[in-house]
Design a protein around this ligand. Structure first.
Ligand code: GLV
Ligand code: MN
Ligand code: MN
Length: 429
């Protein structure tokens, strides 16, 4: 039997590659799989078939997440959740998120091929929105599962003005049921996520795998700069209140402040819309995003305060309006120490080496799921640390080692459970 027909890292990688093109992408010439798009729908059909083939029942939950369930020895057993996300950024890579979902399926397939059932169920979950590629906030669907949505989340609209209700409707889902994707705390034992590192540390230090100790705090802001539009040929330079020139200064201030802190402090303007966006009109309005992150919440908060002050100064000096709205606040999230210890032991089992422990600067569904259950994360090295880019790449051998670490983790998790009842008590959460 070829490696493609039984559980393997090769199959996980090959499936990510299969899903990297249309019809699993909404774009013909690059990968773009936003939440609730046609590519998302086609992807879920394909993943459901793979889940079924691996011995699971598959369903799409009320938030558009794909969920495969591998029953435990008893039908009402609590659940070990393994997952990541299936959406991508525009012109993204094939493995960000998807490889974790595929490795979850391979992990279940590995045990199913051996006829092994656990005293708990395993569910593999592919979150529909982690990136925030469609609506202005990210992690909408893990927040639904963790039961931590805000009221404003249900009123979101995408850049084309399509509201969440309409987008869900096109997917056969209903806004009124969206929050019903929430899981009960007592049913979920733990959430475990495998993900590419998206940074250069593992590769530089020669490790195939790493264990995540914590995930950096994030803010997402929307800035709206309002100037005065006018004729580009007749409006004197000294009379202008050019929203784009002001925004350009603001972008540089964000960059300067992000670069003035510790290495893990980062600040990014990744999206900008210019109105009216015409060559012969002085820009009258600009909207842009600001993403600020740091491993320590206080460092991020201090930088965000400095950004607020700097942008207000620029707006005042240039006599333009500035409206800065906080759209998302994800606190720094430590992974569960007990589960991370199990993951470290699993990595040691398969690599024979002391695992590299690292903080994730990238956001992950695990930071939301930590509000529901204890979480652990496994990182795989990726080529050159490149991610959110089509050049994203992983070695098949590393994916195989990751699969072995995931199966070792689940085995250790089962032993902890069997020896001492539930692996983690309510207090340990
Ligand atoms: C998701 O990939 C993020 O870190 O923004
Ligand atoms: Mn990701
Ligand atoms: Mn990503």
């Amino acid at each position: 039997m070829s490696a493609r027909e039984t559980a393997s890292g090769l199959r996980a990688v090959a499936r990510c590659d299969d899903l990297g093109v249309a019809p699993y992408s909404d774009a013909d010439d690059h990968l773009f799989r936003p939440y609730l798009g046609a590519g998302h729908a086609a992807t879920l059909d394909r993943i459901a078939a793979w889940m079924t083939e691996a011995g699971m029942t598959a369903r799409v939950d009320a938030a558009g997440n794909i969920v495969g369930r591998y029953e435990g020895r008893h039908s009402d057993a609590p659940v070990l959740l393994i997952g990541s996300h299936v959406d991508s950024v525009r012109d993204g890579g094939r493995y960000d998120g998807m490889l974790g979902v595929m490795l979850g399926i391979e992990t279940v397939a590995w045990f199913a091929e051996r006829g092994h059932r656990f005293p708990f169920a395993i569910e593999v979950i592919g979150f529909g929105d982690e990136e925030g590629s469609r609506f202005p906030v990210s992690m909408l669907t893990s927040r639904a599962v963790a039961g931590v949505l805000g009221d404003q989340d249900l009123a979101l609209a995408d850049a084309a003005g399509v509201g969440l209700a309409e987008a869900l409707d096109g997917f056969g889902l209903e806004l009124a049921r969206f929050a019903g994707a929430a899981r009960h705390r007592e049913d979920v034992l733990a959430y475990v996520e495998a993900h590419i590192e998206q940074g250069p540390v593992l590769e530089a230090e020669g490790h195939a795998l790493g264990v995540v100790s914590a995930i950096a705090a994030q803010y997402r802001f929307r800035a709206v700069v309002t100037g005065v539009a006018g004729h580009a040929g007749t409006m004197a330079m000294r009379l202008r209140r050019d929203a784009l020139a002001a925004a350009a200064e603001m972008v540089l201030a964000v960059e300067r402040i992000g670069g003035a802190g510790p290495e893990d402090l980062v600040a990014t303007v990744g999206r900008m819309e210019v109105g009216p966006g015409v060559p012969n009109v002085v820009p009258g309005a600009v909207t842009f995003s600001i993403d600020v992150r740091a491993g320590v919440g206080a460092v991020r908060d201090r930088a965000a305060d400095e950004i607020r002050v700097a942008l207000a100064d620029i707006a005042a000096r240039r006599t333009v309006g500035l409206d800065l709205t906080l759209q998302q606040d994800l606190p720094a999230t430590p992974c569960d120490s007990g589960l991370s210890r199990l993951m470290a032991e699993a990595v040691r089992d398969v690599t024979g080496a002391e695992p590299r422990v690292l903080v994730s600067g990238a956001g992950h569904d695990a930071m939301v799921m930590a509000r529901l259950a204890p979480v652990a994360m496994l990182f795989l090295r990726c080529r050159g640390g490149v991610s959110h880019h089509p050049a994203e790449a992983v070695e098949v051998d590393d994916a195989q080692t990751a699969l072995e670490a995931m199966t070792a983790f689940v085995t250790r998790f089962e032993h902890t459970w069997s020896d001492a009842g539930p692996a983690l008590t309510e207090e340990e959460r």
